[in-house]
Design a protein around this ligand. Structure first.
Ligand code: ADP
Ligand code: MG
Length: 326
């Protein structure tokens, strides 16, 4: 069953004197119990997509000129605030790259998790704190009862991310959106957090939308992948098949940039497999937005933006090359 259905979503930001087309006509489905990864370099429109789901973009600077996002039968795009508040944190939860910016520095961990429970359930304070301790133990935080008294700054980055996950899971959501949840963490802790997400998914049957610039993360946990470039989906497919034989030169470049196990990549370091940078979205190149960086670019790529087309069952690509020619 499809839980979340994004259809022809576009997001524009109106800035003084110009408009940024951050997301252009993308579609994405998440089935019950599925982990879907949205992958692409920084600036490709991943967060704008994620924030659209719970309507957390800075409106009215951000606009949705078209599109639809449904959770089960509820339309979320343009929904009333009271509808959204019932869904946020209750049916769909979100975690971010930097837990420090989402956690409240002056409240204890226990107070923050309990707050979510008090808002969405009929629990009293004592029950909510008890449940908070249970949640901290589910995210494998040592001494969960004591940790309820801690303030965020007293925890390590990995522990704070576990607290965020505990908060996100408090009301047993059906969909967890994780926007670069491991990017700020070092490699060993990254692996632990991914394993935790994987275990929690098995336990709860929830669906996960994981957003990352790292295809290594995708290989670990996703069943399905969508690759985003300059606000568009350029390739999608089952994770194993896509990683084994990519159809789009950009995907191939991303795969070539997966850091080898044990090497730490400088944040923001250039992708080894792909020369150049993602274009500024208010000055997108003509034709295929990837053509200036593409080693396979042909004449047609400079003038015509290829449509996303079905290549084989469940696999789509937008590229003028014959599939299989990489
Ligand atoms: P990603 O998450 O893939 O790194 P984003 O979705 O954050 O990319 O950004 C996509 C584009 O939208 C970028 O060009 C960025 O500059 C622009 N953008 C994102 N958020 C805002 C905002 N709040 N105001 C104006 N432009 C924004
Ligand atoms: Mg982002």
């Amino acid at each position: 069953m499809t839980l979340l259905n994004i259809k022809n979503l576009s997001v524009n930001f109106a800035l003084p004197g110009r408009t940024v087309n951050a997301v252009q006509n993308i579609s994405l489905n998440i089935e019950e119990g599925q982990t879907v990864a949205l992958v692409g370099e920084s600036g490709s429109g991943k967060s704008a997509t994620a924030l659209s789901i719970l309507q957390l973009l800075p409106y009215p600077r951000a606009t949705h000129p078209q599109g639809s996002i449904t959770f089960k039968d509820t339309e979320l795009l343009g929904a009333r605030e009271d509808t959204l508040q019932k869904i946020r944190g209750r049916h769909i939860s979100m975690i971010f790259q930097d837990p420090m910016t989402s956690l409240n520095p002056v409240l204890t961990v226990g107070e923050q998790i309990a707050e979510t429970l008090l808002r969405h359930t009929a629990m009293n304070r004592r029950e909510a704190l008890q449940k908070s301790a249970d949640l901290l133990s589910r995210v494998e935080l040592p001494s969960p009862k004591e940790k309820l008294q801690y303030y965020p700054h007293q925890l390590s980055g990995g522990m704070r991310q576990r607290v965020m996950i505990a908060m996100a899971l408090a009301c047993a959501p059906r969909v967890l959106i994780a926007d670069e949840p491991t990017t700020a963490l070092d490699v060993l802790i990254q692996a632990q957090i991914l394993e935790l997400l994987e275990n929690l998914k098995k336990e709860t049957g929830m669906s996960i939308l994981i957003i990352t610039h790292d295809l290594g993360v995708v290989a670990e946990i996703a069943q399905r992948v969508l690759v985003m470039y300059a606000g568009e989906i350029v390739e999608s497919g089952p994770a194993k098949a896509l990683l084994k034989s990519p159809f789009h030169p950009y995907t191939k470049g991303l795969i070539a940039s997966i850091p080898k196990l044990g090497t730490k990549k400088r944040p923001g370091a250039r992708l080894e497999g792909i020369p150049g940078n993602i274009p500024s979205l208010d000055q997108r190149p003509s034709g295929c937005p990837f053509h200036p960086r593409c080693s396979w670019a042909m004449e047609i790529c400079k003038t015509q933006n290829p449509q996303l087309r079905m290549i084989e069952a469940q696999r789509q690509v937008s590229c003028h090359l014959e599939p299989g020619s990489l």
